[in-house]
Design a binder for this molecule. Structure first.
Ligand SMILES: NC(=O)C1=CN([C@@H]2O[C@H](COP(=O)(O)OP(=O)(O)OC[C@H]3O[C@@H](n4cnc5c(N)ncnc54)[C@H](OP(=O)(O)O)[C@@H]3O)[C@@H](O)[C@H]2O)C=CC1
Ligand SMILES: O=C(O)CCCC(=O)O
Length: 491
């Protein structure tokens, strides 16, 4: 039986840019949006360039003057209406995510709930942009720290969570009183366009939220306009570290504020005192969510020698049982990868590991009989630090297992990477738990837990995984600056 990937509200499939409150075709050049399960074209969107980018920025800049003055309670009400509409259209949005991104339908619908949780959270946070009254060190003065929106925000989003990444960047921006220009990934523009349509229906005023679509080839032309223009006061980006560094360099001339949520190389450590069944379940959840295409996915799995064989056997059994297939099959647990480049990277990592001595415990090949972009969920034994899969983010359903002997050695290995987004470990020893949590050089730590993200938690990395935090109260702060106001002559 196949699940329906059609929409009840066909008008949620938009094929234009949204600028200054209007859907506009802009350039006549088009970009096909395809279903990664089949390669079939779903629709096309504008392959925009500098002209559309500038128009979107002009609109956002003009709207900032009024949006920032809208009372927080009114902004909150609009954002909460947006949340209600997103939830009301969960089935359609979930189907759209699955169509263009490939994740199983249950995961697509789950992502809608996850995205909405950020919208709801920041709708509430909008009313809590409290400043401070500072006790003055001298008499006759009143000293205040006020919170103000930073200005126009450029949001550049990836394809792996096309709804959640839009939500957790745009909702706090709107809550803070900022206006937005957005460029979604070339592979997944449709979900973001549908979310913008719902934001418009929720009452977000014209010019406050603008979105421009572009191909990989034309994306730099769009984003460079925003990078070079001093009216854009903040860039918020999720994606690869090289692109994040490029954005930081190009923002330097106008000193924009930046939130960069970049690649990871997460360690997952199973100590000899771990609950092995819980550790296997935690790894399954953390590693195979979204087919392994998640920045917080464990990329290197370290298992203590004394439990290695038992852990590897349990894990390989569960991974071999995963059902791979299209989103339209309700039994599918792993969908296609996003595109051919992604599958090629996974293939390269597995071949490199095997050539250097790793053993395939399950999987290890493309599943061409299913379609163009499928790769079998894979477990590798005997992985080590020389292998590409230990140094680069694989971003696919591959779990490379490395044996270790003692705690100090494994912590050194876990931290031996330029990245520092998430780290996980399983242990029942309370002293070890806090020692290891303190020692891991990551922005996020999971202790006996594989599913970490939540709207109330600060999400973000250290080292070359970026800076800034999304979600939680810190996620609003990233869109605000602090103005110190001092009044004298009070005596
Ligand atoms: N931290 C994370 O969550 C993510 C990490 N990644 C990592 O990056 C790898 C490659 O994925 P990929 O999709 O290529 O990631 P990218 O970093 O290239 O893409 C992310 C976003 O940045 C845009 N972008 C790309 N180049 C530029 C540029 N020169 N100037 C401005 N914006 C740009 C993309 O647009 P367009 O799509 O049009 O190119 C997309 O919107 C993955 O295998 C994974 O390791 C990828 C996605 C998310
Ligand atoms: O992978 C990413 O791009 C970040 C989102 C992951 C999450 O929210 O758990």
């Amino acid at each position: 039986m196949s699940a329906s990937l059609t929409l009840t509200r066909a008008d949620l499939i938009r094929s234009a840019n949204f600028i200054a409150g209007l859907w506009s075709e802009g350039t006549s050049t088009r970009l096909d949006v395809t279903n990664p399960a089949t390669g079939a074209v779903i629709t096309s969107v504008p392959d925009s360039g500098a002209v559309e980018a500038r128009a979107a920025l002009d609109a956002a800049h003009a709207a900032f003057a009024t949006w920032r003055k809208v009372p927080a309670k009114q902004r909150a009400a609009i954002i909460k209406r947006w949340n209600d509409l997103v939830l009301a259209h969960q089935d359609d949005l979930g189907a759209l995510i699955s169509m263009e991104q490939g994740k199983p339908l249950a995961e697509g619908k789950g992502e809608v709930t996850y995205a909405a949780s950020y919208i709801e959270w920041f709708g509430e946070e909008a009313t809590r942009m409290n400043g401070e009254v500072i006790p003055a060190p001298v008499s006759g003065r009143r000293m205040l720290a006020l919170k103000e929106p930073v200005g126009v925000v450029a949001a550049i989003t990836p394809w792996n969570f096309p709804a959640a990444m839009i939500a957790r960047k745009i909702a706090p921006a709107l809550a803070a009183g900022c206006t937005v220009v957005c460029k979604p990934a070339e592979d997944t523009p449709l979900t973001s366009l549908a979310l913008v349509q719902l934001a418009h229906e929720a009452g977000v005023p014209a010019g406050v939220l603008n979105i421009v679509t572009a191909s990989r080839q034309n994306t730099p032309a769009v984003v460079d306009v925003w990078l070079d223009d001093g009216r854009v006061r903040k860039i918020t980006f999720t994606g690869s570290t090289p692109v994040g560094k490029h954005l930081a360099r190009r923002s330097a001339d106008t000193l924009k504020k930046l939130s960069l949520e970049l690649g990871g190389n997460a360690p997952f450590i199973v100590f000899d005192d771990a609950d092995l069944d819980a550790a296997v379940d935690g790894l399954m959840a953390a590693k195979f969510r979204n087919g392994g295409q998640t920045c917080v996915c464990p990329n290197r799995v370290f298992v203590h020698r004394s439990v290695f064989d038992a852990f590897a056997a349990k894990l390989a059994g569960k991974v071999a049982a995963l059902k791979v297939g299209p989103a339209s099959d309700p039994a599918s647990q792993i969908g296609p990868m996003i595109n051919d480049r992604a599958v090629e990277k996974i293939e390269r990592h597995v071949q490199d590991a095997v050539a250097k001595g790793a053993k395939v415990l399950t999987g290890g090949q493309r599943l061409t009989h299913l379609g163009p972009n499928y790769y079998a969920p894979t477990v590798l034994g005997g992985a080590d630090a020389r292998m590409a899969c230990a140094c680069e983010e694989t971003f696919g359903p591959v779990a490379p297992l490395t044996v270790f002997d003692d705690e100090a050695e494994v912590i050194a290995q876990a931290n031996d990477t330029p990245f520092g987004l998430a780290g996980y470990f399983y242990s029942q020893n309370v002293r070890r738990i806090w020692r290891v949590a303190d020692a891991l050089e990551t922005g996020i730590v999971g202790i006996n837990e594989g599913a970490l993200a939540a709207e109330a938690a600060p999400f973000g990395g250290v080292k070359e995984s970026g800076y800034g935090r999304e979600g939680s109260t810190h996620g609003l702060d990233d869109y605000l600056h602090t103005k110190y106001v001092c009044q004298g002559q009070l005596d």
